[in-house]
Design a protein around this ligand. Structure first.
Ligand code: HEM
Length: 407
Protein backbone atom coordinates (compact mmCIF):
# COMPACT_ATOMS: atom_id res chain seq x y z
CA UNK A 1 0.00 0.00 0.00
CA UNK A 2 1.36 3.45 -0.84
CA UNK A 3 0.84 6.62 1.14
CA UNK A 4 -1.39 7.91 -1.63
CA UNK A 5 -3.58 4.82 -1.60
CA UNK A 6 -3.79 4.91 2.19
CA UNK A 7 -5.01 8.49 2.07
CA UNK A 8 -7.50 7.45 -0.57
CA UNK A 9 -8.75 4.27 1.06
CA UNK A 10 -8.71 5.11 4.76
CA UNK A 11 -10.54 8.17 5.94
CA UNK A 12 -8.88 9.17 9.17
CA UNK A 13 -12.01 11.07 10.20
CA UNK A 14 -14.07 7.83 9.99
CA UNK A 15 -14.62 5.59 13.02
CA UNK A 16 -13.44 2.45 11.19
CA UNK A 17 -9.85 3.73 11.33
CA UNK A 18 -9.97 3.36 15.14
CA UNK A 19 -11.64 -0.04 15.20
CA UNK A 20 -9.68 -3.16 16.26
CA UNK A 21 -10.11 -4.42 12.69
CA UNK A 22 -7.82 -1.67 11.41
CA UNK A 23 -4.79 -3.32 13.10
CA UNK A 24 -3.11 -4.26 9.75
CA UNK A 25 -3.38 -0.65 8.50
CA UNK A 26 -1.96 0.68 11.74
CA UNK A 27 0.93 -1.80 11.58
CA UNK A 28 1.66 -0.65 8.04
CA UNK A 29 1.58 2.97 9.16
CA UNK A 30 3.95 2.41 12.09
CA UNK A 31 6.40 0.59 9.88
CA UNK A 32 6.18 2.81 6.79
CA UNK A 33 4.83 6.22 7.80
CA UNK A 34 5.24 6.46 11.59
CA UNK A 35 4.79 10.24 11.36
CA UNK A 36 2.01 10.37 8.78
CA UNK A 37 0.67 13.44 7.02
CA UNK A 38 -3.04 13.08 6.37
CA UNK A 39 -3.45 15.35 3.37
CA UNK A 40 -7.27 15.69 3.18
CA UNK A 41 -7.34 17.49 6.55
CA UNK A 42 -3.70 18.60 6.60
CA UNK A 43 -2.81 17.11 9.97
CA UNK A 44 -0.16 14.70 11.21
CA UNK A 45 -0.64 11.40 12.98
CA UNK A 46 1.92 10.05 15.47
CA UNK A 47 1.68 6.27 15.47
CA UNK A 48 4.68 5.18 17.57
CA UNK A 49 4.57 4.68 21.33
CA UNK A 50 7.66 6.80 22.06
CA UNK A 51 6.47 9.64 19.80
CA UNK A 52 3.02 9.79 21.41
CA UNK A 53 4.61 9.89 24.86
CA UNK A 54 7.10 12.54 23.78
CA UNK A 55 4.39 14.82 22.36
CA UNK A 56 2.15 14.25 25.41
CA UNK A 57 4.80 15.39 27.85
CA UNK A 58 6.17 18.30 25.79
CA UNK A 59 3.49 21.02 25.92
CA UNK A 60 6.05 23.67 24.95
CA UNK A 61 6.01 22.08 21.47
CA UNK A 62 2.58 20.42 21.37
CA UNK A 63 -0.22 22.70 22.58
CA UNK A 64 -3.82 21.80 23.48
CA UNK A 65 -5.07 25.38 23.19
CA UNK A 66 -6.27 25.02 19.58
CA UNK A 67 -8.36 21.99 20.67
CA UNK A 68 -7.81 18.25 21.05
CA UNK A 69 -10.35 16.83 18.60
CA UNK A 70 -10.26 15.78 14.97
CA UNK A 71 -13.25 18.10 14.50
CA UNK A 72 -11.02 21.01 15.51
CA UNK A 73 -8.81 20.22 12.53
CA UNK A 74 -11.87 19.72 10.31
CA UNK A 75 -13.36 23.10 11.20
CA UNK A 76 -10.18 24.98 12.11
CA UNK A 77 -11.41 26.01 15.55
CA UNK A 78 -11.80 24.65 19.06
CA UNK A 79 -15.27 23.10 18.69
CA UNK A 80 -15.47 21.86 22.31
CA UNK A 81 -15.72 25.43 23.61
CA UNK A 82 -19.30 25.61 22.23
CA UNK A 83 -20.30 22.85 24.67
CA UNK A 84 -19.22 24.79 27.77
CA UNK A 85 -19.81 28.17 29.39
CA UNK A 86 -18.08 30.81 27.20
CA UNK A 87 -16.47 32.40 30.30
CA UNK A 88 -15.21 29.11 31.75
CA UNK A 89 -11.67 27.78 31.31
CA UNK A 90 -11.83 24.20 30.03
CA UNK A 91 -8.96 22.36 31.75
CA UNK A 92 -8.40 19.94 28.85
CA UNK A 93 -7.47 22.79 26.46
CA UNK A 94 -5.15 24.79 28.75
CA UNK A 95 -1.36 24.71 28.46
CA UNK A 96 0.95 25.20 31.45
CA UNK A 97 1.03 26.99 33.77
CA UNK A 98 -2.73 27.66 33.67
CA UNK A 99 -3.51 23.99 33.17
CA UNK A 100 -1.90 22.98 36.48
CA UNK A 101 -3.61 25.79 38.40
CA UNK A 102 -7.05 24.74 37.20
CA UNK A 103 -6.43 21.00 37.53
CA UNK A 104 -5.38 21.50 41.16
CA UNK A 105 -8.87 22.87 41.90
CA UNK A 106 -10.51 19.53 41.06
CA UNK A 107 -7.70 17.14 42.08
CA UNK A 108 -8.94 16.68 45.70
CA UNK A 109 -12.05 14.95 44.29
CA UNK A 110 -9.80 12.23 42.79
CA UNK A 111 -7.51 11.30 45.71
CA UNK A 112 -7.37 7.59 46.69
CA UNK A 113 -9.51 8.43 49.75
CA UNK A 114 -12.13 10.26 47.71
CA UNK A 115 -12.35 7.41 45.19
CA UNK A 116 -12.32 4.79 47.95
CA UNK A 117 -15.33 6.50 49.55
CA UNK A 118 -17.38 5.62 46.44
CA UNK A 119 -16.50 1.90 46.50
CA UNK A 120 -19.15 0.51 48.88
CA UNK A 121 -22.10 1.96 47.00
CA UNK A 122 -20.46 1.03 43.68
CA UNK A 123 -20.18 -2.61 44.82
CA UNK A 124 -23.77 -2.67 46.07
CA UNK A 125 -25.18 -1.27 42.81
CA UNK A 126 -23.00 -3.59 40.73
CA UNK A 127 -24.23 -6.62 42.70
CA UNK A 128 -27.83 -5.49 42.30
CA UNK A 129 -27.52 -5.21 38.52
CA UNK A 130 -25.68 -8.53 38.15
CA UNK A 131 -28.33 -10.22 40.33
CA UNK A 132 -30.87 -9.19 37.68
CA UNK A 133 -28.90 -10.74 34.77
CA UNK A 134 -30.92 -13.71 33.45
CA UNK A 135 -28.51 -16.71 33.56
CA UNK A 136 -28.28 -18.43 30.18
CA UNK A 137 -30.51 -15.87 28.40
CA UNK A 138 -29.64 -13.07 26.03
CA UNK A 139 -29.63 -9.52 27.44
CA UNK A 140 -28.17 -6.19 26.35
CA UNK A 141 -25.15 -5.53 28.53
CA UNK A 142 -24.95 -1.84 27.60
CA UNK A 143 -28.60 -1.16 28.42
CA UNK A 144 -28.73 -3.21 31.63
CA UNK A 145 -25.31 -2.48 33.07
CA UNK A 146 -22.56 -0.53 31.30
CA UNK A 147 -24.51 2.71 30.79
CA UNK A 148 -25.87 2.75 34.35
CA UNK A 149 -22.93 2.22 36.72
CA UNK A 150 -20.62 4.98 35.40
CA UNK A 151 -23.54 7.43 35.35
CA UNK A 152 -24.41 6.84 39.00
CA UNK A 153 -20.75 6.88 40.08
CA UNK A 154 -19.87 10.22 38.46
CA UNK A 155 -23.08 11.78 39.79
CA UNK A 156 -22.00 10.80 43.31
CA UNK A 157 -18.48 12.10 42.68
CA UNK A 158 -19.86 15.45 41.52
CA UNK A 159 -22.28 15.64 44.46
CA UNK A 160 -25.76 14.74 43.18
CA UNK A 161 -27.64 13.25 46.16
CA UNK A 162 -28.24 9.51 45.37
CA UNK A 163 -32.03 9.83 45.63
CA UNK A 164 -31.98 12.66 43.05
CA UNK A 165 -30.00 10.86 40.33
CA UNK A 166 -32.18 10.76 37.21
CA UNK A 167 -30.19 8.12 35.33
CA UNK A 168 -31.97 8.52 31.98
CA UNK A 169 -31.63 12.33 32.01
CA UNK A 170 -27.91 12.17 32.86
CA UNK A 171 -27.33 9.51 30.20
CA UNK A 172 -29.02 11.78 27.66
CA UNK A 173 -26.57 14.57 28.51
CA UNK A 174 -23.74 12.04 28.68
CA UNK A 175 -24.47 11.03 25.09
CA UNK A 176 -24.67 14.59 23.76
CA UNK A 177 -21.17 15.52 24.92
CA UNK A 178 -19.15 12.90 22.94
CA UNK A 179 -20.88 14.10 19.76
CA UNK A 180 -18.28 16.87 19.94
CA UNK A 181 -15.84 14.32 18.46
CA UNK A 182 -18.17 12.61 15.97
CA UNK A 183 -18.14 13.14 12.19
CA UNK A 184 -21.16 15.48 12.29
CA UNK A 185 -22.03 18.73 10.52
CA UNK A 186 -21.62 22.11 12.23
CA UNK A 187 -25.43 22.26 12.60
CA UNK A 188 -25.57 18.84 14.27
CA UNK A 189 -22.77 19.86 16.62
CA UNK A 190 -24.57 23.10 17.51
CA UNK A 191 -27.73 21.13 18.31
CA UNK A 192 -25.80 18.74 20.60
CA UNK A 193 -24.19 21.71 22.36
CA UNK A 194 -27.57 23.40 22.92
CA UNK A 195 -28.95 20.15 24.37
CA UNK A 196 -26.57 20.73 27.28
CA UNK A 197 -28.18 24.07 28.30
CA UNK A 198 -30.43 22.34 30.85
CA UNK A 199 -27.44 20.52 32.31
CA UNK A 200 -25.82 23.86 33.06
CA UNK A 201 -28.92 25.03 34.96
CA UNK A 202 -28.97 21.71 36.86
CA UNK A 203 -25.27 21.97 37.80
CA UNK A 204 -25.43 25.58 39.02
CA UNK A 205 -28.41 24.77 41.22
CA UNK A 206 -26.52 21.75 42.57
CA UNK A 207 -23.47 23.91 43.27
CA UNK A 208 -25.51 26.38 45.32
CA UNK A 209 -27.08 23.57 47.33
CA UNK A 210 -23.79 21.77 47.99
CA UNK A 211 -22.11 25.02 49.02
CA UNK A 212 -24.85 25.64 51.55
CA UNK A 213 -24.50 22.09 52.90
CA UNK A 214 -21.00 20.91 51.93
CA UNK A 215 -19.60 17.38 51.87
CA UNK A 216 -16.59 15.72 50.20
CA UNK A 217 -17.90 15.78 46.60
CA UNK A 218 -16.53 17.81 43.67
CA UNK A 219 -19.08 20.62 44.00
CA UNK A 220 -18.26 21.06 47.69
CA UNK A 221 -14.54 20.98 46.87
CA UNK A 222 -15.04 23.65 44.20
CA UNK A 223 -17.02 25.71 46.71
CA UNK A 224 -13.96 25.79 48.99
CA UNK A 225 -11.26 25.99 46.28
CA UNK A 226 -9.23 29.08 45.41
CA UNK A 227 -8.05 30.05 41.94
CA UNK A 228 -6.01 33.23 41.44
CA UNK A 229 -6.34 33.83 45.20
CA UNK A 230 -10.14 34.07 44.93
CA UNK A 231 -13.16 31.78 44.97
CA UNK A 232 -13.51 29.81 41.72
CA UNK A 233 -15.83 31.73 39.37
CA UNK A 234 -19.25 30.29 38.65
CA UNK A 235 -18.30 29.92 34.99
CA UNK A 236 -15.31 27.79 35.98
CA UNK A 237 -17.32 25.75 38.50
CA UNK A 238 -19.78 25.02 35.74
CA UNK A 239 -17.14 24.12 33.17
CA UNK A 240 -15.17 21.87 35.54
CA UNK A 241 -18.25 20.09 36.85
CA UNK A 242 -19.68 19.60 33.35
CA UNK A 243 -16.43 18.19 32.00
CA UNK A 244 -15.96 15.86 34.97
CA UNK A 245 -19.52 14.61 34.84
CA UNK A 246 -19.54 13.98 31.10
CA UNK A 247 -15.96 12.74 30.61
CA UNK A 248 -16.55 9.86 32.99
CA UNK A 249 -19.70 8.34 31.48
CA UNK A 250 -19.31 7.08 27.89
CA UNK A 251 -15.57 6.39 28.37
CA UNK A 252 -16.12 4.02 31.29
CA UNK A 253 -19.24 2.55 29.70
CA UNK A 254 -17.27 1.69 26.59
CA UNK A 255 -14.42 0.20 28.63
CA UNK A 256 -16.88 -2.04 30.49
CA UNK A 257 -18.43 -3.17 27.20
CA UNK A 258 -14.97 -3.65 25.68
CA UNK A 259 -14.04 -5.91 28.58
CA UNK A 260 -17.02 -8.23 28.10
CA UNK A 261 -16.76 -8.07 24.31
CA UNK A 262 -13.06 -9.00 24.38
CA UNK A 263 -13.57 -11.87 26.83
CA UNK A 264 -16.53 -13.21 24.84
CA UNK A 265 -14.28 -13.47 21.81
CA UNK A 266 -11.34 -15.04 23.67
CA UNK A 267 -12.74 -17.99 25.66
CA UNK A 268 -9.27 -19.34 26.45
CA UNK A 269 -8.35 -16.00 28.06
CA UNK A 270 -11.62 -15.99 29.99
CA UNK A 271 -10.85 -19.53 31.21
CA UNK A 272 -7.50 -18.29 32.56
CA UNK A 273 -9.26 -15.43 34.35
CA UNK A 274 -11.90 -17.73 35.84
CA UNK A 275 -9.13 -20.06 37.07
CA UNK A 276 -7.08 -17.19 38.51
CA UNK A 277 -9.05 -14.06 39.49
CA UNK A 278 -5.78 -12.32 40.39
CA UNK A 279 -5.61 -11.70 36.61
CA UNK A 280 -8.41 -9.11 36.91
CA UNK A 281 -5.98 -6.18 36.93
CA UNK A 282 -4.05 -7.57 33.97
CA UNK A 283 -7.33 -8.10 32.09
CA UNK A 284 -8.33 -4.47 32.56
CA UNK A 285 -4.96 -3.18 31.32
CA UNK A 286 -5.07 -5.52 28.35
CA UNK A 287 -8.58 -4.43 27.35
CA UNK A 288 -7.53 -0.79 27.65
CA UNK A 289 -4.56 -1.53 25.39
CA UNK A 290 -6.14 -3.89 22.89
CA UNK A 291 -9.36 -1.89 22.35
CA UNK A 292 -8.25 1.63 23.40
CA UNK A 293 -11.73 3.07 24.20
CA UNK A 294 -10.57 6.66 23.53
CA UNK A 295 -8.45 6.20 20.38
CA UNK A 296 -6.57 9.49 20.49
CA UNK A 297 -6.48 13.26 20.95
CA UNK A 298 -5.08 16.18 19.01
CA UNK A 299 -2.31 18.68 19.72
CA UNK A 300 -1.14 21.71 17.72
CA UNK A 301 2.51 22.46 16.85
CA UNK A 302 3.81 25.64 18.53
CA UNK A 303 6.82 25.76 16.18
CA UNK A 304 8.27 23.71 13.32
CA UNK A 305 9.08 20.25 14.71
CA UNK A 306 11.32 17.58 13.13
CA UNK A 307 10.23 14.01 13.82
CA UNK A 308 11.63 10.92 12.11
CA UNK A 309 12.71 12.94 9.08
CA UNK A 310 9.38 14.77 8.63
CA UNK A 311 8.74 18.44 9.38
CA UNK A 312 5.56 19.33 11.23
CA UNK A 313 4.92 23.00 10.53
CA UNK A 314 4.00 25.52 13.21
CA UNK A 315 0.19 25.68 13.52
CA UNK A 316 -0.49 22.21 12.09
CA UNK A 317 -2.57 19.78 14.11
CA UNK A 318 -0.97 16.54 15.31
CA UNK A 319 -3.05 13.52 16.29
CA UNK A 320 -1.70 11.37 19.14
CA UNK A 321 -2.86 7.91 18.06
CA UNK A 322 -3.07 6.11 21.42
CA UNK A 323 -4.55 3.06 19.74
CA UNK A 324 -1.74 2.71 17.16
CA UNK A 325 0.84 3.32 19.92
CA UNK A 326 -0.81 0.71 22.13
CA UNK A 327 -0.09 -1.79 19.34
CA UNK A 328 3.52 -0.68 18.70
CA UNK A 329 5.69 -3.76 18.16
CA UNK A 330 8.77 -1.87 19.37
CA UNK A 331 7.16 -1.58 22.79
CA UNK A 332 4.81 -4.59 23.10
CA UNK A 333 5.58 -8.17 22.20
CA UNK A 334 3.04 -9.75 19.87
CA UNK A 335 0.91 -6.57 20.11
CA UNK A 336 -2.12 -7.69 18.14
CA UNK A 337 -2.69 -10.67 20.43
CA UNK A 338 -5.12 -10.23 23.31
CA UNK A 339 -3.21 -11.60 26.31
CA UNK A 340 -4.41 -10.92 29.85
CA UNK A 341 -1.21 -12.35 31.36
CA UNK A 342 1.01 -9.46 30.25
CA UNK A 343 2.62 -7.68 33.21
CA UNK A 344 0.01 -5.37 34.78
CA UNK A 345 2.13 -2.20 34.88
CA UNK A 346 2.61 -2.13 31.15
CA UNK A 347 2.15 1.57 30.51
CA UNK A 348 -0.96 1.66 28.35
CA UNK A 349 -1.54 5.04 26.71
CA UNK A 350 -5.33 4.70 26.89
CA UNK A 351 -5.63 7.40 29.56
CA UNK A 352 -3.17 9.66 27.78
CA UNK A 353 0.19 10.60 29.26
CA UNK A 354 1.86 13.66 30.79
CA UNK A 355 0.09 16.76 32.16
CA UNK A 356 -3.32 15.97 30.70
CA UNK A 357 -3.36 12.27 31.60
CA UNK A 358 -6.85 11.29 32.67
CA UNK A 359 -7.68 12.49 36.16
CA UNK A 360 -10.40 9.82 36.44
CA UNK A 361 -8.22 6.82 35.54
CA UNK A 362 -8.17 5.30 39.04
CA UNK A 363 -11.95 5.67 39.32
CA UNK A 364 -12.54 4.09 35.91
CA UNK A 365 -10.20 1.19 36.74
CA UNK A 366 -12.04 0.66 40.05
CA UNK A 367 -15.43 0.54 38.31
CA UNK A 368 -14.22 -2.06 35.80
CA UNK A 369 -12.48 -4.09 38.53
CA UNK A 370 -15.64 -4.23 40.64
CA UNK A 371 -17.59 -5.25 37.53
CA UNK A 372 -15.20 -8.12 36.75
CA UNK A 373 -14.98 -9.33 40.35
CA UNK A 374 -18.77 -9.37 40.62
CA UNK A 375 -19.10 -11.15 37.27
CA UNK A 376 -16.54 -13.81 38.32
CA UNK A 377 -18.36 -14.40 41.61
CA UNK A 378 -21.49 -15.39 39.67
CA UNK A 379 -20.57 -16.61 36.19
CA UNK A 380 -17.83 -18.53 34.40
CA UNK A 381 -18.68 -17.84 30.76
CA UNK A 382 -19.85 -15.03 28.51
CA UNK A 383 -20.69 -15.22 24.83
CA UNK A 384 -22.08 -12.92 22.16
CA UNK A 385 -25.81 -13.40 21.57
CA UNK A 386 -26.11 -11.32 18.40
CA UNK A 387 -24.42 -8.53 16.50
CA UNK A 388 -23.26 -5.65 18.71
CA UNK A 389 -24.18 -2.13 17.52
CA UNK A 390 -21.06 0.00 17.32
CA UNK A 391 -20.86 3.70 18.22
CA UNK A 392 -19.65 5.16 14.94
CA UNK A 393 -17.35 7.94 16.12
CA UNK A 394 -13.58 8.43 15.91
CA UNK A 395 -13.65 9.63 19.53
CA UNK A 396 -15.05 6.39 20.94
CA UNK A 397 -14.39 2.69 20.54
CA UNK A 398 -17.70 1.63 22.04
CA UNK A 399 -21.12 0.10 21.50
CA UNK A 400 -24.74 1.24 21.63
CA UNK A 401 -25.77 -2.34 22.35
CA UNK A 402 -23.94 -5.55 23.21
CA UNK A 403 -26.13 -8.68 23.32
CA UNK A 404 -24.57 -11.24 25.66
CA UNK A 405 -25.33 -14.55 27.35
CA UNK A 406 -23.71 -15.23 30.74
CA UNK A 407 -23.62 -18.65 32.44
C1 HEM B 1 -11.94 4.14 30.94
C2 HEM B 1 -12.45 5.36 31.05
C3 HEM B 1 -11.70 6.60 30.62
C4 HEM B 1 -10.85 6.79 29.55
C5 HEM B 1 -10.42 5.74 28.51
C6 HEM B 1 -10.41 8.16 29.59
C7 HEM B 1 -9.50 8.74 28.71
C8 HEM B 1 -8.92 9.98 28.86
C9 HEM B 1 -7.82 10.49 28.09
C10 HEM B 1 -7.13 9.72 26.96
C11 HEM B 1 -7.51 11.74 28.54
C12 HEM B 1 -6.35 12.62 28.08
C13 HEM B 1 -6.76 13.80 27.21
C14 HEM B 1 -5.57 14.51 26.57
O1 HEM B 1 -4.42 14.24 26.87
O2 HEM B 1 -5.81 15.38 25.68
C15 HEM B 1 -8.46 12.05 29.59
C16 HEM B 1 -8.53 13.25 30.28
C17 HEM B 1 -9.50 13.53 31.21
N1 HEM B 1 -10.41 12.65 31.77
FE1 HEM B 1 -10.63 10.70 31.29
N2 HEM B 1 -11.00 8.79 30.64
C18 HEM B 1 -11.79 7.88 31.31
C19 HEM B 1 -12.53 8.09 32.46
C20 HEM B 1 -12.66 9.30 33.10
C21 HEM B 1 -13.44 9.53 34.30
C22 HEM B 1 -14.17 8.43 35.09
C23 HEM B 1 -13.37 10.87 34.55
C24 HEM B 1 -14.00 11.67 35.66
C25 HEM B 1 -14.93 11.25 36.46
C26 HEM B 1 -12.52 11.47 33.54
C27 HEM B 1 -12.20 12.82 33.46
C28 HEM B 1 -11.19 13.33 32.66
C29 HEM B 1 -10.79 14.73 32.69
C30 HEM B 1 -11.40 15.84 33.55
C31 HEM B 1 -9.72 14.86 31.78
C32 HEM B 1 -8.93 16.13 31.44
C33 HEM B 1 -7.64 16.14 32.22
C34 HEM B 1 -6.72 17.29 31.88
O3 HEM B 1 -6.84 17.87 30.79
O4 HEM B 1 -5.87 17.60 32.72
N3 HEM B 1 -12.11 10.49 32.68
N4 HEM B 1 -9.30 10.94 29.78
Amino acid sequence: MTTASLSDEVKVEDWQFYDVRSAPVLRWLRQTEPVFHYKPLDFWILNKYDDVRFASRTPELFSVEQGVLINDARFGRNVALDFFDPDGELVSVQDPPRHGEIRRAIAPAFTPNAIGALEDSLRAKTRELFDAVPRGQAFDFVHSFARIIPTIVVCQLVGVPPEEIDVEQIIFWGDEMPKVGAALSQEELAEAASNLDDLKVFLLDLFDRRRANPGVDLMSILGRAQLDGKAVTRANVLTLAELTLLAGIDTTRNTMSATMWSLAQHPSQLAKLVADPSLVKGTIEEVLRWVTPVPGFMRNAKQDIEMRGRTIKKGQYVFLHYFAANRDEDYWSDPDTFDITRATETGVLSFGYGQHACIGAALARLEVRVMLETFLARFSSVELAGTPKRVESPLQHGWHSLPLIMR
